[in-house]
Design a protein around this ligand. Structure first.
Ligand code: UT7
Length: 327
């Protein structure tokens, strides 16, 4: 059976940089608190009337098509992981396809908050392994600035906007997605969520006045679950593939908090020098953190490298994917 190999990666972040210094002028915070508690120095924000997640997703996909010499008509399926779709419907995957000239194929969105990219990668790889499709694009994109309350210091310092996209193709030499674990537990639903805007609380003047269209997070509660579950699921996928920290070339963790990343690496015995980190530049871009890490570190990756991708997010959702790098 073929494995689903990542054969190309591209990323995109918008130009505008929101620094800790600018946040200090907006809310009661300071660079020292943000840096020591989260590791974040700056994040990119998408400005511009009428631009949604699809704008960034399309930029990442256009770059990916160019880099991999792929014509739009050769793509078999596109899956977009996002928590900030342009519309309630149609899906952002549909919009991205339209913007880059991909037509008449299946495309759909995945909602699994910060774990969305790993969920989408897991789903996409099944279509390759069964032999159904040969070229699949997985996009992780979020315009978190659309749902952040820039008067709430507990959330506005954390998030940024960005997109990343990978190409999946069959590989018969054992490279690609080797194993994956995805999990969820609704116990987390009230600790990290956007209360209004969906079918339970459709938009009203009252929902707007109460700030229910913004991200709410009980940070310490989420922190506790994140530290435990991201580490546990990474350990699970490593153990069942007989891998120790020594065997891993790179840990590719969701970038929510530098302290959660360090705790995960410590728990699974991966040397800090083998952990991809870009949280200082982008903050938490939700579904885009993992592909943006792969994009930033692409030149350091070698064929045959063992990678553990790990994420934790709203829901709660979490997961880990073992990838043998293919190029
Ligand atoms: O990606 C999806 C999953 N999300 C996560 O994994 C995030 C998990 N949670 C976290 O990363 C951390 O909980 C935060 C970074 C969100 C917060 O860090 P913390 O160490 O848990 O701080 P805290 O919420 O316990 O707040 C400590 C203090 C509080 O003040 P008091 O009550 O001790 O006086 C907060 O009001 O820090 C205060 N505080 C701030 N101070 C300055 C909260 N936000 C800020 C801020 N600037 N931006």
């Amino acid at each position: 059976m073929s494995k689903a190999a990542i054969t190309g990666i591209h990323g995109y972040v918008p130009d505008y940089i929101l620094t800790n210094a600018e946040l200090e002028r907006m809310v009661d915070t300071n660079d020292e608190w943000i840096t020591s508690r989260t590791g974040i120095k700056e994040r990119h924000i998408l400005k511009g009337e009428g631009l949604g997640s699809s704008h960034m997703g399309a930029k990442a996909v256009t770059g990916l098509l160019e880099k991999t010499n792929t014509r739009p008509e050769d793509v078999d399926l596109l899956i977009c992981a996002t928590t900030t779709p342009d519309y309630v419907f149609p899906g952002t995957a549909n919009l991205i396809c339209d913007m880059v000239g991909i037509r008449n194929i299946g495309s759909f969105d995945i909602q699994a908050a910060c774990s969305g990219f790993l969920y989408a990668l897991t789903i996409g790889s099944q279509f390759i392994e069964t032999g159904k499709y040969r070229k699949i694009i997985i996009v992780g994109v979020d315009k978190m600035s659309a749902i952040i309350d820039y008067t709430d210091r507990t959330t506005c310092v954390l998030f940024g906007d960005g997109a990343g996209a990978v190409m999946l193709e069959p590989n018969n030499e054992g490279y690609g997605v080797i194993d994956s674990v995805i999990k969820s537990d609704g116990v987390g639903q009230y600790h990290l969520f956007q209360k209004a805007g969906g079918s339970r609380y459709p938009p009203t003047h009252e929902t707007v006045e109460k700030h229910w269209h913004y991200v709410y997070q009980d940070g310490p509660a989420v922190f506790k679950f994140a530290v435990k579950n991201m580490a546990d699921v990474s350990a699970e996928v490593m153990e069942r593939n007989q891998l120790t920290g020594e065997d891993i070339a790179w840990l590719v963790p969701h970038q929510a908090n530098r302290r959660i990343i360090d705790a995960t690496a410590h728990r699974v015995g991966i040397d800090p020098g083998k952990v991809m980190i870009n949280i200082h530049k982008y903050g938490n871009t939700t579904a885009a953190t993992i592909p943006l890490c792969l994009y930033d570190y692409e030149s350091q990756l070698k064929k045959g490298d063992n990678l553990i991708l790990a994420a934790f997010g709203g829901g709660f959702t979490w997961g880990a994917v073992y990838v043998k790098w293919a190029y």
